[in-house]
Design a protein around this ligand. Structure first.
Ligand code: ADP
Ligand code: SF4
Length: 682
């Protein structure tokens, strides 16, 4: 018998002065914690190192107050006062044998400098890259010298803080070095503008400064947008090939990405695993230095193919490492089927856009490593024997059952319908959302291997039954129902429907008895579901008018960086979008409408009205049980807790988190833990 071939993913790779222990590279990712929550941040990065990543990177770290992105919370290394927070990070990473990388950024024309009030600057006098009444100022030669000095200083401080890899950053449309390189932004006529050799000059100088400053004590990485996706108006793949012919041998490692952040972190709704391969393939041949690249890689087979086919040397990952910090450890241990695969929902990105600590649909411990002491793979055993009933097998119930099972409880999970998964099972049947099914599959896969967790389908649980079987604890995870009265964000009182137009809610979909060809969909929820249902209906051949009180369709999906993609796909499918309007009721076969700014009324005939507005918890069972507290003692019952949407309708991520919290608190609630936080020292 021949020896099994060594796994290419586990090979060590030399770069700069380092030997990476494998090919897993956690590329920089934002997290909404940054300079504000250093202890939370350090524990999160340390968890990646514990999970086996060879390199663990920071988010973008501002090198100077002229590059600050208030209100967003990123890293800062403005001066030595920032170093203790960075040492927490490097110590946590080193403790588990990984290399720590810092991504230094000067954001230039992407930084309105609202906090520092310094004038933004970039290659030219131009509007900022996001709407703002401020412009960037054209950098003079003196400014360029300043920038190089600030970058050098930040490199020096990075070494003081213990980083092993220093990034020079020219990606995501967010960095001055990219703005200089790009014909889109750089219209200069001096030695830093015009030809590509001139446009690349600043990047080249900063790379040389950085190499000089680290002097072999750290590796230098360059993260760069290999195609800005603006066609000839921006940096193209051909430009990138020329860039590599000039500076291809300068950094110790290249980190390639594509476009702006929404292109790079495309959701699964709009891009599959490995979607950047077409842009990156072949670039590795133009440099002798190792290459990192991303593509929401969750399949070890795809990762191996990237290495075997010479596309990449390092498997870069942000979201896959968030959903499962232990991917490398699982690959090394031959436990690939236990990988908790990212579903590509970008709930993690919402943290950054809303300046709140990162969270993840698949990994409820993300961001809770320090604050609550949660670990993505382990959970402490519960003392003694404990019988737990979980009612409802949506995301909250599945997570509660799995986590209580991991704690060693005897768990019975009952589900009224014929399938496990609750809202996830239903929503993952909508166009583009198939990968969301992984929330169910991962948990069912684990539960199936636990002899102490049983589940029963088609078992609607009543309070009598819950009290009859001698459970110590009951989790009521029965979900929520969509309102059919129109109450939501806009309307606070029920609407009048005269019955002349059939009214549906998402609970009737995708397989409910939906009829009609001319739909009015009233979206007063504004996240993904209204747009996804409009798409589903349109693909079935229905004519759809989507009514929203907001200025744009699915407006909250701006936070998952897919709003413009949702809008485009609906327009391409012929969906009519009626912005700034609300539905006011139905009368004589017509749907009443109103303009939210002018108050102007209107009406339209429709065959059906679909309401995506508010939800109410399905909390009847919880209320029954709580109302019969006097009987608990005789039944041996100690606690009843509504969790997930049955407690408060929210995101799938929130339901999973609440399921985990239920299991964590089986031996007592720990409300104080949420207040563990860093307070700035004076
Ligand atoms: P969450 O997001 O909080 O997990 P879901 O709505 O996704 O909530 O899931 C709730 C699940 O609970 C659904 O699959 C539903 O069929 C099930 N369910 C609701 N009431 C009962 C009940 N009385 N007994 C068993 N299962 C129930
Ligand atoms: Fe992936 Fe969603 Fe988790 Fe982000 S929140 S890492 S996209 S599963």
């Amino acid at each position: 018998m021949s020896e099994p071939k060594p796994d290419p993913l586990l090979e060590s790779v030399r770069f700069g002065p380092h030997l990476a222990r494998n090919r897993f590279w956690q590329v920089p990712h934002c997290n909404g914690m940054g300079y504000r929550d250093p202890s939370m941040l350090a524990a999160m990065r340390g968890m990646k190192a514990e999970g086996g990543w060879a390199v663990v990177s920071t988010e973008e770290v501002e090198i100077h107050p002229s590059s600050e992105v208030t209100p967003f919370i990123e890293g800062r290394i403005w001066d030595e006062a920032d170093l203790p927070a960075h040492r927490l990070v490097t110590d946590a990473i080193h403790e588990h044998g990984a290399l720590a990388a810092i991504q230094l950024v000067h954001s230039g024309m992407s930084s309105p400098n609202l906090w520092s009030r310094l004038a933004p600057m970039g290659p030219g006098h131009q509007s900022l890259t996001s709407p703002s009444p401020t412009q960037s100022r054209e950098m003079t030669t003196a400014d360029i010298a300043d920038l190089r000095g600030w970058h050098r200083g930040a490199v020096r401080r990075s070494l003081q803080a213990g980083y092993d890899v220093v990034y020079v950053y020219a990606g995501h449309g967010l960095a001055t070095l990219q703005h200089f390189l790009s014909p889109r932004y750089n219209h200069r006529t001096d030695g830093y503008g015009g030809s590509l050799a001139n446009r690349v000059r600043l990047l080249q100088e900063v790379l040389e400064d950085t190499l000089d400053e680290v002097d072999g004590r750290a590796a230098v990485a360059c993260r760069i947008a290999v195609d800005e996706l603006y066609g000839e108006g921006g940096t193209t793949r051909e430009h990138m090939e020329e860039v590599l012919s000039i500076i291809g041998e300068l950094p110790d490692v290249w980190d390639f990405m594509v476009g702006s952040w929404p292109d790079d972190s495309v959701t699964s709704r709009f891009g599959p695993e490995g979607s950047q391969e077409q842009y990156v393939r072949g670039l590795k041949a133009l440099t002798s230095k190792p290459v990192v690249g991303v593509g929401r890689f969750t399949s070890p087979e795809t990762m191996r193919r990237m290495v075997r086919q010479g596309v990449l040397d390092f498997i870069g990952a942000a979201r896959p490492s968030i959903a499962d910090p232990f991917i490398p450890a699982k690959v090394a241990a031959g436990r690939e089927d236990e990988i908790r695969e990212c579903i590509g929902c970008n709930i993690c990105v919402i943290g950054d856009w809303t300046m709140s600590p990162i969270r993840c649909t698949q990994n409820p411990s993300m961001g809770e490593e320090w604050r609550r002491g949660w670990h993505p793979e382990t959970i402490r055993p519960v003392g003694g024997e404990r019988r737990v009933l979980v009612v409802g097998a949506g995301p909250a119930g599945l997570e509660a059952a799995m986590s209580a099972g991991r704690r060693g409880c005897e768990v019975v999970l009952v589900e009224a319908s014929r399938e496990l998964g609750g809202r996830v099972a239903a929503e993952s049947r909508l166009p583009g959302l198939a990968e969301w099914r992984r929330v169910v599959d991962y948990r069912v896969g684990r539960i199936d291997r636990m002899p102490n967790v049983e589940y029963y389908l088609e078992s609607e649980m009543t309070a009598d039954e819950a009290l009859a079987y001698g459970f110590d604890t009951v989790a009521v995870a029965t979900g929520a129902v969509w309102r059919s009265d129109g109450v939501g964000i806009h309307h606070r009182l029920p609407l009048a429907f005269d019955g002349s137009v059939p009214v549906f809610t998402p609970d009737d979909l995708p397989d409910g008895g939906l009829t009609g060809q001319q739909f009015i969909l009233f979206d007063d929820d504004h996240f993904y579901l209204g747009g996804a249902l409009a798409e589903w209906l349109a693909r079935r051949g229905a004519r759809v008018t989507l009514v929203t009180s907001e200025a744009s369709v699915s407006s909250y999906t701006a936070n998952t960086m897919e709003q413009h993609k949702v809008h485009r796909s609906l327009l391409e499918l012929g969906v009519e979008i009626l912005a700034h309007h609300v539905v006011t009721g139905t009368e004589s076969g017509e749907v009443g409408l109103q303009h939210v700014v002018t108050g102007h009324p209107a009406s339209r005939p429709a065959a059906a009205l679909l309401l995506v507005t508010g939800r109410v918890p399905n909390d009847g069972l919880a209320a029954d049980l709580l109302g019969r507290r006097a009987e608990w003692g005789a039944a041996g019952l100690g606690e009843v807790r509504a969790i997930g949407d049955a407690f408060t309708p929210a995101t799938i991520a929130a339901a999973v988190w609440d399921g985990r919290r239920f299991a964590e608190e089986l031996d007592g609630r720990d409300d104080a833990a949420v207040f563990r936080r860093n307070v700035p020292g004076l």
